[in-house]
Design a protein around this ligand. Structure first.
Ligand code: ZN
Ligand code: ZN
Length: 331
């Protein structure tokens, strides 16, 4: 099956971080972190609907002004997610410009900012161009199991890491593809109809295999009700293809608590983007700066059983020595 999501680093591993996730056959994309995005074309930036920001150290948020400049004057809504105090950061960034002439723009570019707290609350505020980007529509919601966005095809999960400030890790989890094998359905004499949609929804909800389905079938004598449990239907008529997983982990100290959360959020990912800032010889310095070394990043990737690991956020001191960082990562 053709993958639905195509992630890539916007820059080389020494530059300010951003990972662009393009959607197949949709003019849509997501972004993890908002570092230097000058390499993205305006067309690609305008496809972005949601940006997930680990924390607001300048190397992870400097791209905000560029996005703002490009989107201004367009009918567009951009939803940003970040750690505690994020709304104030967005508000102050917006307030650093003069907005006296935007009140009667024909379009209303809107920034929605959500800040996530470790207690499971999410504060959200809207900033509309036509109101001069003043704070509006304040609300607080709750989120469970780290799930901060749920759509039909995928969800986004977060984890709170310690970087002497909160740094958010993210995972994009595509939902499983549930395909009904029509030939098997016919062989078993089962009809198509709304019950198949119920069946798909039961799978999406992760219902138990003993859940019972009653199917009304046409037989010579009239109608007959046949019963199957979910496990049987999975085996007989369904082809379930697991969805993709993409994890993004950056700016985190190598503590026990962080390591456990990183392994959990990256588990079995198809792609893990992970910082590898220092060589292991500089582990003491990595600890002081609350960053991972290449060796630590590689170990975490192996513990999580990821298929591919893409390191980034190399310290500039290693320019020309990428090989050494990569060797440690793969060791
Ligand atoms: Zn940082
Ligand atoms: Zn950083």
């Amino acid at each position: 099956m053709t993958p639905q999501f195509h992630p890539c680093l916007v820059n080389g591993p020494f530059d300010d971080p951003a990972v662009y996730v393009d959607f197949l056959h949709e003019r849509r994309a997501l972004l993890f972190d908002l570092g230097d995005i000058r390499a993205l074309s305006p067309r690609k930036i305008l496809r972005i609907t949601h940006i997930f920001i680990s924390h607001t150290h300048i190397d992870h948020f400097i791209g905000f002004t560029q996005v703002l400049r490009l989107c201004l004057g367009r009918e567009k809504t951009l939803h940003l997610f970040g750690p505690p105090d994020f709304i104030a950061r967005v508000e102050h960034s917006l307030a650093s410009f003069t907005w006296n002439l935007v009140g009667n723009y024909p379009t209303d570019f809107t920034v929605i900012a959500s800040e996530l707290h470790p207690d499971g609350t999410c504060g959200t505020v809207e900033f509309h161009c036509r109101s001069g980007f003043k704070r509006e529509q304040e609300r607080t919601e709750r989120f469970a199991d780290g799930i901060i966005l749920e759509e039909d095809a995928f969800r986004i999960r977060t984890a709170f890491l310690d970087h002497k400030t909160v740094s958010l890790a993210f995972a994009l989890e595509e939902k499983d593809h549930v395909n009904i094998m029509k030939n098997r359905l016919m062989e078993l004499g089962l009809p198509t109809g709304p019950w198949l949609a119920d069946l798909k929804r039961a799978i999406m909800r992760g219902e138990d295999d003993d859940k019972l389905f009653r199917v009304r079938c046409d037989v010579e004598a009239g109608m007959e009700e046949r019963r199957f449990n979910l496990g049987e239907l999975k085996a007989k008529i369904l082809n379930i293809v697991p969805g993709q997983r993409i994890a993004y982990v950056t700016d985190a100290a190598h503590t026990k608590a962080n390591a456990a959360k990183i392994v959990e959020i990256a588990r079995k990912a198809d792609f893990l983007f992970i910082e590898a800032v220092f060589l292991d010889a500089e582990q003491a310095q990595a600890g002081e700066r609350y960053h991972l070394t290449a060796r630590e990043a590689g170990l975490l990737a192996r513990q999580a059983g990821v298929a591919r690991v893409i390191p980034f956020h190399f310290s500039p001191r290693y320019r020309g020595m990428e090989e050494a960082l990569l060797r440690e990562l793969w060791q």
